[in-house]
Design a protein around this ligand. Structure first.
Ligand code: SF4
Ligand code: SF4
Length: 84
């Protein structure tokens, strides 16, 4: 079972390294919509899904992924509700 990811600066600094350069992040301007990043903790983007293009997910390389036993990835699109 995934564990809760803390919404803190340590998590954000890790997220920046993976969501930041992710091909689904900048091209979709996810930084301009709440919650901006750290989707594995904060939930999915508020940008309408019909306007989000899935270009892949870099979460699988993120250190928080194994640390908190995360599953599924694509948290900006699917939220934290588990696999999809
Ligand atoms: S698992 Fe994904 S959303 Fe969560 S901190 Fe890492 S890169 Fe960001
Ligand atoms: S949650 Fe995954 S798909 Fe979304 S921007 Fe971060 S790395 Fe990319």
């Amino acid at each position: 079972m995934p564990k809760p990811v803390p919404d803190d600066e340590e998590s954000m600094s890790e997220c920046r390294k993976f969501c930041g350069p992710c091909p689904s992040f900048k091209p979709n301007q996810l930084n301009e919509f709440e919650p901006h990043a750290l989707f594995c903790s904060r939930g999915k983007t508020e940008k309408p899904m019909s306007e989000v293009k899935n270009n892949g997910c870099s979460c699988f390389g993120c250190g928080l992924f194994p640390k908190y036993e995360l599953e599924g990835g694509f948290f900006c699109m699917h939220g934290t509700g588990g696999k999809k």
